[in-house]
Design a binder for this molecule. Structure first.
Ligand code: ZN
Length: 489
């Protein structure tokens, strides 16, 4: 078991060697979706990022308990303590029961995560199923004196917390600045300080999702669910907490404050955050008209898309960037990713047919170690993909007779290519519409024969293959690694 995993900890702002609290076991919590709309790219990125971490930790031999929640109550419109509940609003507009909205979009989320080959978490708890646990945390924070009741609602006293602890340790924000810049909005007069956040909100008469409590008939504040569910399933202290960078403040900062007071200890060892997605250089947003759902990507039914892109193209594209970098989506970039994905899959098919020789023309063990080094370096998937492409180059050269490999090396080479492409990056071979797949096998076969002919200086055969394929409408390009082709439509 190779285990030199280093991850960037958002809390210490440093790369750190990963060690688990309980040897051999990892507890990991990732903030899941608020299920009030169709899954989009913003859902795909954290799901895929923490999917490769989940896969890699398991590969390293850890038993991983991966908890990814479903937010189905308490997430208000403005991501703050005001506005309508996002799910309730959708239910009102569609004349549905809120739990119908939750069920519909949870099912949609699962369908699309399956398409993207994202592994299911070990536990997927819902906020609405953990109201008792959330109220227990409210009580504990009240007993510790860090919360106060105001007209049936309960607020966390951030100013008092900051006297003993450091509110802002994760986000780097400074309380004084926050106090100066946060305005008291209308209806916030219940709070002692503008920065205080709701643990429990009294429900207005028209509010549907409500539960009885000793404070009021109401509902939990959005941040509370993650403290309650992570504590319940992973304990008072656990290894990894992940989520999108947009959740770092206030959501995760508030979660630390709640759990620290309720449990008397820091909840999380390593905080990890994936960066955001932009579309043609712009932030993705409903108001900007560039909000593209996964369904629209897979069918090509959005005005910004030239055509459809398959789930594996999207997955490969996301993995081509490091999770802490932004990813910019454009048609050109997606088409390049599609080619890259195909090239890797073609290489994985060709490696099956390679025959071993007497000597190896490259150092397979060294290449294998570099693949691990890339993953160990804070999940550096773009560097790993570069190594896999180097592998494809060797495969094509061996097929063309320009390189060779021994039987032992071939075994390691094949296992490593397959492990990282399928097992760790989670790619799957996508059928390119039935007969097309057979067709591409045949074209690759011919072009590999042409490479062999060229290697043997049999120019007549090489030219004949190229010319006749071109007449059939194939565009063939010689590259330094071999060839690329496409069918002109
Ligand atoms: Zn959360």
């Amino acid at each position: 078991m190779e285990n030199n995993l280093v991850i960037y900890n958002s809390l210490t702002r440093k790369k750190e060697v990963f060690t688990s609290i309980v040897p051999g076991h990892v507890g990991m919590y990732v903030c899941g979706p608020t299920v009030y709309g169709d899954p989009h790219l913003g859902h795909a990125r954290p799901a895929i990022t923490f999917d490769i971490l989940f896969r890699y930790l398991e590969h390293l031999g850890y038993k991983v308990r991966y908890v990814r929640n479903i937010t189905d109550v308490g997430h208000l419109e403005a991501d703050s303590d005001d506005g309508e509940d996002k799910i309730e609003k959708k239910a009102r507009l569609e004349k549905l029961e809120p739990m119908e909205v939750v069920q519909f979009y949870t099912d949609r989320y699962h369908d699309f995560m399956d398409k993207l080959n994202v592994k299911k978490p070990s536990i997927e708890p819902r906020a609405s199923g953990h109201i008792i646990e959330q109220l227990q945390i409210v009580d504990r924070i009240m007993n510790e004196g860090y919360a106060y009741e105001s007209d049936g609602s309960v607020y966390f006293d951030v100013v008092k917390y900051n006297e003993k602890y450091n509110y802002g340790e994760l986000s780097g924000r400074v309380l004084e600045d926050l106090l100066n810049t946060t305005r008291e909005l209308e209806g916030q007069t219940e709070k002692k300080n503008s920065v205080d956040f709701a643990l429990w909100k009294k429900a207005s008469p028209e509010h549907i999702m409500r539960w009885p409590s000793k404070y009021s008939d109401g509902f939990p504040g959005w941040h509370l669910e993650c403290s309650a569910m992570s504590t319940k399933y992973l304990g008072e202290q656990f290894d990894i907490h992940g989520g999108g960078m947009d959740l770092l403040f206030p959501h995760h900062e508030c979660e630390i404050a709640q759990s620290t007071v309720a449990n008397g200890k820091k909840p999380v060892r390593y905080w990890m955050h994936n960066n955001m997605i932009t579309i043609n250089g712009q932030k993705m947003g409903k108001s900007l008209g560039n909000f593209i759902t996964l369904e629209e990507f897979f069918t090509g039914s959005h005005k910004l898309l030239d055509r459809a892109y398959s789930p594996m193209t999207i997955r490969f594209f996301i993995l081509q960037a490091h999770y802490r970098s932004t990813v910019d989506f454009s048609n050109e970039a997606l088409q390049a990713a599609e080619k890259g994905y195909r090239r890797l899959m073609d290489g994985l098919k060709s490696i099956e047919k390679i025959k071993a020789g007497n000597a190896s023309s490259f150092n397979v063990k060294e290449w294998h170690d570099k693949c691990y080094e890339a993953m160990n370096d804070d999940l550096n998937s773009p560097v790993l993909i570069a190594h896999l492409f180097e592998g494809v180059k060797h495969i094509n050269n061996i097929v063309a007779g320009k390189e060779s490999i021994t039987a032992d090396d071939l075994k390691l080479f094949r296992e490593t290519m397959e492990l990282f492409s399928f097992g760790i990056l989670g790619l799957i071979e996508e059928e390119t519409a039935g007969s097309d797949d057979k067709l591409s096998d045949v074209v690759n076969l011919l072009l590999n024969l042409r490479m062999e002919a060229k290697a043997n200086k049999d120019w007549a055969t090489a030219d004949k293959i190229r010319n006749e394929l071109q007449q059939l409408g194939f565009v063939i390009k010689d590259t330094k690694d071999g060839f690329e082709w496409e069918l002109k439509q």
